[in-house]
Ligand binder design. Structure first.
Ligand code: BGP
Length: 472
């Protein structure tokens, strides 16, 4: 592949984090409970405390960013640190913590990209139905307004949600997010998609109405969906269905502010597979169309793509949460079966390494939604069982992974896509929602027993890219 090697001036070379996965102090300093607290405790899976102890060590991590040329950090605000019950009384200690964090970002020359919700719905709201309950949309708007006003001088780049699809699919299709055990409820997954996009729209409209000078958008996790046999109409249809579920429905909501007739027809048909019907109201669309005009940027989390075969039969869902290659199984009746494609490498967690898929998605958005303004790759990375040997972590497979994705990113820029930044998931090692601590992604290895950070080979490689502004 021949392509440009140079990144444009101002390109963001970033690292991504999420509050619940790195902060620790899940019950300290006035923080309210979130849906994950009882879920992890009941299942005895692993502890979210102290995680990577970012609550106490953020300055150290930001100093590492500065040293390694990382000029952007994705962080999320833990909603329940600000409003312990999701609504009502404010926890001043939580507010102060984020002021200190943003001040440290400034001091280290690292731009914060702040997400308002990264999977951690306050428990009090979750117990009332979470985002399936429309009252949660009101609560989210109030929380967003509070943050926009409070942190207006420190934060210029905002995202409302991280990965709406990950929340809906893991909660209602695969059953491995709280409350756990709910599977194949396509109707609820799509309804959650819609309700969260409505909440996003309300926050975007509030941001605009408040006259905020920064930028706002949403982060979607997108995957290329390809027919396993590109000449088989049934496989083509399976790929189309998965695409509507994960990509098209949310992209339409984001950039059109409504659903194209074809998208809606597919979505209703998919909801009907689980006996449901979507509740999409006219007043929702009024708000969403308004927000579509004010979206400044889209964050894309891209890890992999899928190859689909048609499938009708019992649902077969097994999540590879252990890193035992070959154990993942995903076949949804009436939707499709995800299959591996010969010649495409997979991680130990069975994630297909397919950087071309990211390119295809970027070009598609440019063509399909010409009103998009700017795209950032807000997460990309490779989970691995990294080991610290004699003080060194040699993660050459991660370097290959990142290099390939950056090359395709530059190629997308050549094809006219305005993609302006790249954030590795993750800045430092932290736990993985359904896999715990043995799946590591970071530039900086974390020895969880001592909390010592050790830069991996990939950090040194990335620092070189960031300093030269060029892909070697
Ligand atoms: C994204 C999330 C991140 C992170 C990442 C890796 O979906 O936004 O929070 O967890 O995926 O996924 P996993 O931890 O499942 O390997």
């Amino acid at each position: 592949m021949s392509c440009a090697r140079k990144f444009p001036d101002g390109f963001v070379f970033g690292g991504a984090t999420a509050a619940y996965q790195c902060e620790g102090e899940t019950h300290g300093h006035g923080k309210g409970e979130v849906s994950w607290d009882p879920f992890l405790a009941q299942r005895g899976l692993f502890s979210a405390d102290p995680a990577s102890d970012f609550y106490h060590r953020y300055d150290q991590d930001l100093a590492l960013c500065e040293r390694f040329g990382i000029n952007g950090i994705r962080v999320s605000i833990a909603w329940s640190r600000i409003f312990p019950q999701g609504v009502g009384a404010v926890n001043a200690e939580g507010v102060a913590f984020y002021h200190q964090l943003f001040e440290a970002c400034r001091a280290h020359g690292v731009e914060p990209y702040v997400t308002l919700h990264h999977f951690d719905t306050p428990l009090a709201l979750f117990e009332q139905g979470g985002f399936l309950n429309r009252a949660t949309t009101d609560a989210f708007e109030a929380y967003a307004r509070f943050c926009f006003a409070e942190f207006a001088d420190e934060v210029r780049n905002w995202f409302t949600f991280n990965e709406i699809w990950a929340v809906s699919s893991n909660t209602f299709i695969e059953g491995n997010f709280p409350p756990g055990g709910i599977t194949a409820r396509l109707d609820q997954a799509l309804q959650l998609n819609h309700n969260m996009m409505l909440a996003h729209a309300r926050a975007v409209c509030a941001f605009h109405e408040m006259g905020h000078h920064g930028k706002i958008g949403v982060v979607h996790t997108l995957e290329g969906k390809y027919p396993y046999d590109e000449l088989d109409p049934a496989d083509i249809e399976a790929a189309r269905r998965e695409d509507v579920l994960q990509n098209q429905f949310l992209l339409d909501a984001t950039f059109r502010g409504d659903y194209a007739p074809d998208t809606l027809a597919y979505a209703q048909a998919l909801a009907a597979l689980s006996g449901g019907q979507l509740d999409i109201r006219d007043e929702d669309l009024v708000c969403m169309r308004e927000a579509a005009r004010h979206n400044d940027c889209l964050g894309i989390n891209y890890y992999q793509s899928r190859f689909l075969r048609a499938y009708v039969g019992p649902n077969l869902l097994h999540h590879n949460a252990t890193g035992d290659k070959g154990t993942e199984r995903y076949a949804l009746s009436g939707v499709g079966e995800r299959v591996n494609k010969e010649g495409i490498l997979r991680t130990d967690w069975d994630w297909l390494i397919y950087p071309e898929g990211m390119y295809d998605l970027l070009v598609r958005i440019r063509l399909q939604y010409p009103n998009y303004r700017e795209i950032l790759i807000t997460e990309n990375g490779m989970g691995a069982k990294d080991e610290l040997v004699d003080g060194i972590v040699s993660d050459s497979a991660r370097i290959d992974y990142v290099r390939a994705h950056l090359a395709w990113l530059l190629r997308a820029r050549e094809a006219g896509v305005n993609v302006t930044g790249y954030f590795l998931w993750s800045l430092m090692d932290m736990f993985s929602w359904t896999n715990g601590y043995n799946k590591r992604y970071g530039f900086f290895y974390v020895d969880f027993a001592t909390q010592r950070r050790v830069p991996k080979a990939s950090a040194y490689w990335f620092a070189q890219v960031a300093r030269t502004g060029e892909l070697p």
